[in-house]
Design a protein around this ligand. Structure first.
Ligand SMILES: Cc1ncc(COP(=O)(O)O)c(C=O)c1O
Length: 345
């Protein structure tokens, strides 16, 4: 890294900082005590997001993890079966919460590219008898993080929604990056969320807010989630300060996600190295590079760090790069250059 070069942080889209306009919106926010139900900015965010997602109600929560886990808690009973894709964030990266906080039994169904189908879900459902955990919920993820920001074909979501409903099951969608699915695929957010009962969306990722997620669904399920949010310590007081950042992000930083998607594609297209390959379609803002050779992930992360580029190892031989609000096109050219300069074995 040359003395006049800045650090390029591609570890995640969560590393962004509030933009100046966002800071001004936060400073100007009207506030109240949200645990007492009177923060006007939180209420506005919940209403706006529920409306955009075509749901009756929304609940502001501190994190995507809490949104997902509240959805599980509010739509299952301890001992129930919950079906998820094997690479799902709710299963892999939420600290064992489904077991610890909801007491449910996860059935993890492997699916190529993370793309669960109704046929795979149905085959995994327990039979209705006294020996088995009764199925109550299916969890989906769009876009799919571990599958490289994969855009889930809407026909799959629709089929799972219809199949689940016919079997009396509910469906939750982890939409931490549903914004990206909307921008990349062009479908309205409400259409993406229509087949499912609950959906959680994050503002602290590509949208660039410092904190915040919303869980949306029907009034009854959101009322249940509200109670568990309180129980889990997720009730916040003048959280309108954070909700203002989320509203600002929705209004001013949603359309620009297309830039992140284009930059991710540029990285994938620019790759020209015998030991490096992108093993998935780059639909949105995540690039996962497969690195050949022993300790490939560690060596590539260290090489890029020596060039002032931060990335994350994503399992043996895999490195994740996530273009975000902090990057420019010139940064991406530097990243491609550094990748192609990875020392050859
Ligand atoms: C797909 C997905 N769901 C949920 C989360 C959890 O969000 P948080 O870090 O806000 O708990 C993440 C975080 O990266 C994610 O990628």
């Amino acid at each position: 890294m040359h003395a006049n070069e800045h650090l390029i942080d591609l570890r995640s889209d969560t590393v962004t900082r509030p933009t100046p306009g966002m800071m001004r919106a936060m400073a100007a926010a009207e506030l109240g005590d949200d645990v007492l139900g009177d923060d006007p900015t939180v209420k506005r965010l919940q209403a706006v997001v529920a409306e955009r997602l075509g749901k009756e109600a929304g609940l502001f929560v501190p994190s995507g993890t809490m949104g997902n886990q509240l959805a599980i808690r509010a739509q299952s009973a301890p001992g129930d079966q919950v079906v998820v894709e094997d690479g799902a964030h709710v299963y892999r990266y939420e600290a064992g919460a489904p077991a610890a906080l909801s007491g449910v039994q996860l059935t993890c169904v492997p699916a190529p590219g993370g793309l669960l189908s109704w046929e795979r879900v149905e085959a995994a459902l327990n039979p209705a008898n006294v020996h088995c955990a009764p199925p109550s919920l299916v969890c989906l993820e769009n876009t799919h993080n571990r599958a490289g920001g994969r855009l889930v074909p809407q026909a799959l979501v629709t089929a799972i929604g219809a199949g689940a409903r016919a079997r009396g099951l509910r469906v939750h969608l982890d939409g931490a990056r549903l914004w990206h699915a909307h921008i990349a695929g062009g479908l309205p957010l409400a259409e993406l969320a229509a087949p499912v009962d609950t959906v959680s969306v994050c503002f602290s990722k590509g949208l660039g807010a410092p904190v915040g997620s919303v869980l949306a669904g029907d009034r009854e399920v959101i009322a249940r989630a509200w109670r568990f949010r309180k129980m889990w310590g997720g009730g916040m007081r003048q959280s309108g300060l954070l909700a203002a950042a989320c509203l600002y992000a929705l209004e001013h930083q949603l359309e620009r996600l297309a830039e992140d998607h284009a930059r991710a594609t540029s990285i994938a297209r620019g790759l020209d190295h015998p030991a490096l390959a992108v093993g998935h379609p780059v639909d949105t803002n995540i690039v996962i590079i497969d690195v050949a050779g022993a300790d490939g992930d560690t060596r590539l992360v260290a090489h890029l760090a020596s060039r002032g580029i931060l990335t994350l190892g994503f399992g043996p031989g895999r490195v994740r790069l996530v273009p975000n609000l902090l990057n420019s096109d010139a940064d991406i050219a530097r990243v491609v250059d550094a990748l192609n300069g990875f020392p050859r074995a």
